[in-house]
Ligand binder design. Structure first.
Ligand code: EPS
Length: 389
């Protein structure tokens, strides 16, 4: 059913990350720079660890693009792991000359132990390398391709950080989307509230001094959406469910909300649902409020899409929690490798990508088309149908 198929491969310290995306129509302009700006934004953020000083993520369009335009076939994207050069003898596909020192102390909160048990690996590196959030660079590359397609239909996706640990931003309330986006682009933490950002930095620094980590919440907004993406007719076609799955699948995400989200459960119906009006001149339905976050019955209603995701604090702690060595079964402090203190602003860029991918799939499902011109024609026809409704 999905019109867009995609997959990633790659280990955190392996040679490279790879993604293949299929379903993008032929004739779409695409250059590496379209994707590199997003990759760069994902690497930013106060509280990132030493690894980001090593990597300068750039995409190679290895297949599916010719002369700056897509061909309609699978698009292959690769990103080099520059750090791989420092892992000679410990990572890579060739048999090792000497068995590398295994990771035997699982970190609570990571996939280490559950993955080790499941795949019967006693060197937990075999699990953590793929579970690592380094993989999200490949997702952002796929998201960049999808964002390009959405942009050609006037759909924009952006995210901003609304809280880090106990510090919540509030200055974003009531801002226009243009202003919000401009502030987020200028902020190192992807936060629109400068005062809150200062407090967030202080909280991250304090957590770092304590050998601890911090999570937070980001919000993803999509504007320019036509009504009618997704469907009410079957569980797996509901766009809210698809977005929730997409966001929840990001490493360390523990909760997803759409519109007023969990708050809706505390309010009365009259304070949750959005009244319907009609503008005769524009021949369009109006919604004075958008508590639904742009989705009703699993279908876009023409209002901006608004979803939020909650990220848990990074599980690699300097002041480690107790854990048990999988070889000796002795209690140890869990292994500490170099790590980030807080990566919520990076996760917000990944959230943008996952929402862009989900929306591109819904757009392709609605408008179809093997070429960009055919898809646009279908979208124009649908727009005309809306006007005549
Ligand atoms: C990560 C651990 C750190 C992060 C990494 C995610 O990497 P390393 O173990 O090499 O220090 O820097 O994130 C990235 C490499 C990235 O590109 O975001 C983990 O365990 O999830």
């Amino acid at each position: 059913m999905a019109r867009l198929r995609w997959m990633t491969a790659g280990e955190s310290h392996g040679p490279e990350l790879v993604a293949i995306v299929e379903g993008i129509p032929a004739g779409m302009p695409l250059v590496a720079e379209d994707i590199d700006t997003d990759l760069k934004r994902r690497q930013r953020g106060y509280g990132r660890g030493g690894r980001m000083k090593i990597e300068t993520d750039r995409v190679l369009l290895a297949a599916g693009v010719r002369g700056g335009e897509t061909l309609g076939g699978p698009i292959a994207l690769t990103i080099e792991n520059r750090d791989h050069a420092n892992w000679a003898g410990r990572m890579g596909p060739a048999p090792f000359a000497e068995t590398p020192e295994p990771v035997t102390r699982p970190r609570p909160g990571h996939a280490d132990l559950a993955g080790g048990l499941k795949y019967d690996r006693k060197d937990l590196r075999d699990i953590l390398e793929r579970a690592s959030a380094r993989e999200t660079a490949a997702r952002v590359a796929v998201g960049g391709v999808c964002r390009k397609l959405l942009g050609l239909l006037g759909i924009e996706v952006f995210a901003h950080v609304v809280s880090i640990g106990p510090v919540a931003a509030s200055a974003q309330e009531g801002l226009s989307f243009e202003e919000l986006r401009a502030r987020v682009r200028a902020s190192d933490l992807a936060c629109a509230d400068a005062e809150a950002e200062t407090a967030m930095r202080a909280a991250i620094l304090e957590a770092a001094h304590a050998g601890d980590t911090l999570g937070g919440v980001f919000e993803v907004v999509a504007t320019g959406l036509p009504p009618g993406l997704g469907s009410h007719v079957q569980w797996d076609r509901k766009l809210d469910g698809r977005l929730a799955q997409a966001l929840m699948s990001i490493q360390a995400i523990k909760g997803v909300e759409i519109g007023v989200g969990f708050e809706a459960a505390r309010r009365r119906g009259s304070e949750v649902h959005d009244a319907i009006g009609y503008d005769g001149e524009a021949r369009a339905f109006l919604r004075p409020t958008n508590r639904a976050g742009g989705l009703e019955g699993g279908i876009t209603n023409g209002a901006p899409l608004i979803c939020r995701a909650a990220m848990k604090p990074i599980a690699t702690l300097k002041r480690a929690l107790p854990s048990v060595d999988v070889h000796t079964k002795e209690t140890f402090q869990a292994a500490h490798e170099r790590s980030d203190i807080c990566a919520v602003s990076a996760a917000s860029v990944v959230g943008e990508a996952m929402v862009a991918i989900t929306l591109a799939d819904a757009v392709l499902e609605k408008f179809g088309g093997d070429s960009l011109a055919e898809m646009k024609r279908n979208a124009d026809g649908y727009r005309a149908q809306m006007g005549a409704y």
